[in-house]
Design a protein around this ligand. Sequence first.
Ligand code: 13P
Length: 251
Amino acid sequence: MRQKIVAGNWKMNKLFHEAEDLISAVANEIDDREPDCEVIVCVPSVFLEMAGDYAEESQIRTAAQNVSEHESGAYTGEISAAMLASMDIPYCIIGHSERRKYFGETDDLLLRKTERLLDNSIKPIFCIGEVLKDRESGNHFNIVESQLVNSVFKLNKDEFSNIVIAYEPVWAIGTGKTASPEQAQEMHKFIRGLIEKKYDAETAGKTTVLYGGSCNANNAKELFSQADVDGGLIGGASLVAADFIKIIYSF
Ligand code: 13P
């Protein structure tokens, strides 16, 4: 059985006291009522220490939202994978479409970031997904395949076995337009098929593939009931404790 995950990507939201309120509400709930999934909060880096304190005392797990492709040195403002590892941060988002779009992150750069994380035993939550134009022209499978082939498929099987994939169609992110459960399942099955072709059936069967894009408390259950959807990477709905908690218990 592969690991099911519900991860909240907070992006650049919340002030310190709001962040603490949200994490403590979620941590208390999942400690009281064990969910059928791992629960991760992907917080802005200034909140990682506080979130890490909760992770030590509860079931909640933490993720960074970004990491440097460099090991260390004169890179003002950057955070290294070794720094994250030294704070016992187990996961980091890589390749989110917002970083690809606003910060020009390429497949090649994302592979280097992924390698830094793996060198430090941190699991990348690696995001892929097509824009609306590619969905409308029927090119979405090609785009997703090329995002994998040009980045994480360059890893060997052992390395790849530490990757979590998040399929996030860009047209569904923050738009209120969710992929239908059928669209999500179709793409997740395709992704798992690519992993099988590249590595083997065992690796494909074990890889967690999350869905992200306007996933909320009302649609999570149906999305998560699809055979190849192993949970979600949640944006807006992860900022409201009651909504995020409902999503966590949607399996
Ligand atoms: P929304 O859930 O707000 O659409 O964001 C999804 C996302 O980008 C998660 O990484």
